[in-house]
Design a protein around this ligand. Structure first.
Ligand code: SF4
Length: 465
């Protein structure tokens, strides 16, 4: 205890002495009053799940909420009156109120009685109500604690959905503050995850993006608690969960997987087409001494060999990763080791970050911080290297026919989509010509005609993918 206290003190001292240390934003809080039938409750859960994924916290009372949602029932006159009373109470106690649910059909009546209501949306209008919350209390998504990319803050369209399978993390990477904010790993029950996946697919989701702090650790805290799903036991383990999810949604994409040995078991599911041939593995570095100081999990010297084995089993697998440059103590030799490793690994997608001391992270107290100009120079070098690898890999796809999910259709007859190798917001896109007949969420075959460093260009061919 004393030791932990001392470490905290030294971090605080570091932050005080280094005013540049990144301060974390406070998440906005949402209150919810849910009225009516179980279906309305399911809608409320879905809205809150999306808001949690977008970086909001829930408030158990009016006073602590930045905005209050009232999910109304309009089935009977008595239910309508109860809904109006609930709106009135929320206005009186908090003042910032959004109304959703069945009474959304009677927006005029609500506005006449409560002109201060911020927004009114109808039943099952998940996107609109979440959008209204974003407008009323903008989320402060932080790249240091949130799993969804900044750009993901825009409303998640119905055709893809993030599915959170656990919260917290058992690791203690020295640059990360997640465990101190969110605690150790807590896995969700597999049957609850699968039920949510089914609901999402029933509501129009075609691609599930599985997220957590450490997807490969899923279930280690509830390992002995299999649950019944469709008459069979499902073990809380990444491979079993991925297999079941693959039966529910057309596309299932796994994010934040660490290269533990059992990750090898998920590759055959990709080769079978049950799970997308895509692995998002945040390696963060390759040099053994840097990884040791980062205290990274799955720090395996044989990881390059395993990447080659994965490609033998599933040649189409796309591997995405992120790397930190300029971590304290990173020498020029360490950095060159990383560049050589990237040459060998030939990763498909790479994001890079310059090390920043985040308030409260243990790495802040490490010696030998790298000067900013050196970080900049290394960042430019890693981006140049990874862009060249990406360009060569994408050029090799020209002439191939690939399945593409459609994200947007424009008025000029074009469309924008993503291949199986592209997660929304963080990877590349596929720009289509002669695609005005397509709809958002379609999964179609596309002949690739051109490529650049990050994106592909093509034309749909007849027949569904
Ligand atoms: S694995 Fe490391 S970086 Fe990821 S959440 Fe856990 S402590 Fe943070």
């Amino acid at each position: 205890m004393a030791q932990a206290h001392l470490e905290k003190r030294s971090d605080l001292d570091y932050v005080r002495a280094h005013p540049m240390a990144t301060k974390l934003p406070t998440p906005p809080r949402v209150g919810m009053v849910s009225l009516g039938c179980p279906k309305n409750l399911v809608d409320s859960e879905r809205i809150l799940t999306q808001l949690r994924a977008d970086g909001y916290q829930m408030s158990p009372d009016y006073a602590g909420a930045d905005v209050v949602l009232v999910n109304t029932c309009g089935f009977l006159d008595s239910a309508k009156e109860e809904s109006l009373e609930a709106i009135g109470e929320a206005i009186k106690e908090n003042g910032r109120v959004i109304v959703t649910g069945c009474m959304g059909k009677e927006a005029e009546a609500i506005r006449t009685r409560f002109p201060d209501v911020l927004a009114i949306t109808g039943a099952h209008e998940y996107e609109q109500v979440v959008e209204a919350v974003h407008a009323a209390a903008p989320a402060n998504l932080s790249p240091y604690i949130d799993l969804i990319p900044d750009a993901g803050l825009k409303l998640t369209p119905r055709h893809y959905s993030y599915l959170k399978i656990s919260e917290g993390c058992n690791h203690r990477c020295s640059f990360c503050i997640i465990p101190s904010l969110r605690g150790d790993l807590v896995s969700r029950r597999p049957d609850a995850i699968l039920r949510e996946a089914e609901k999402l697919v029933a509501a129009g989701t075609r691609e599930l993006l599985v997220i957590s702090q450490d997807t490969s650790a899923y279930g280690i805290d509830i390992r002995k608690e299999p649950r019944m799903w469709k008459g069979q036991e499902v073990v809380p383990h990444m491979t079993d969960l991925a297999r079941e999810l693959g039966k529910i949604a057309p596309w299932v994409r796994l994010h934040y997987v660490y290269p533990y040995p059992h990750v090898d078991q998920v590759i055959p599911l990709m080769a079978e087409g049950l799970v997308l041939p895509y692995l998002d593995i945040p390696f963060q570095h390759a040099a053994p001494s840097v990884l040791r100081r980062m205290k990274r999990p799955g720090n395996d010297a044989k990881v390059l060999q395993r990447i080659h084995q994965w490609r033998d089993i599933c040649p189409d697998i796309a591997i995405r990763s992120t790397f930190v440059v300029g971590f304290p103590g990173e020498t020029e030799e360490d950095f060159e080791y990383l560049l050589d490793w990237l040459d060998e690994a030939q990763l498909d997608r790479v994001g890079a970050f310059r090390f920043e001391p985040v308030e409260g992270a243990a790495a802040n107290a490490l010696p030998d911080h790298v000067p900013e100009e050196v970080k900049e120079e290394r960042y430019a070098r890693i981006m140049e290297k990874t862009a060249a690898i990406s360009a060569a890999k994408l050029a090799a796809k020209v002439g191939c026919t690939l399945p593409v999910i459609i994200d947007a259709v424009d008025e000029e007859g074009g469309a924008t989509g993503r291949s199986q190798a592209d997660a929304p917001e963080i990877d590349g896109e596929v720009f289509l010509r002669d695609a005005g007949h397509l709809s958002v969420g379609d999964i179609v075959k596309v002949e690739i005609e051109d490529a650049d460093e990050h994106d592909l260009y093509g034309v749909p061919v007849t027949g569904n993918a």
